[in-house]
Write a protein that binds this ligand. Sequence first.
Ligand code: MG
Length: 161
Amino acid sequence: MKLRVGLGFDVHELEPGRPFFLGGMELPGAPKGAVGHSDADVLIHAICDALLGAANLRDIGFHFANTDSRWKGMDSKFFLKEVTRLLHEKGWRIENVDCTLCLEKPKVNPHIPAMKSVLAPLMDISEDDLSIKATTNEKLGYVGREEGVNAMAVCLIVRMP
Ligand code: MG
């Protein structure tokens, strides 16, 4: 049995008056939303990079370039489903994913169960194998000034001989 770990990190700028897509859902009542070529879902992008990294399949920008008009405004759940398909094609199965979101506002803890129920099936894993955590940046730096949001993810993938 072959095991691999993967690491993903992503950042997006926040701007007032736009919808905030995070963890596969739109955060209700968010004062700002993330800016990006796709729907700018920073959590999904970090998870995609962790999975691609574990399977040594380059990164999300390689597969879904932010210069490609096909991905403009794209729902990032499509990327996660596609990345999972690429891993399965190479014989990998996802064992677990652990991630941390870093932002000041709004509080995301109440939405974590919903995020897990949306994202776990896209990766063909149980909700128990997906951990999502959230922290603030203690008002420091770009996250602290609410100029941006970032996310980190690690994963373990398994290939049977
Ligand atoms: Mg991104």
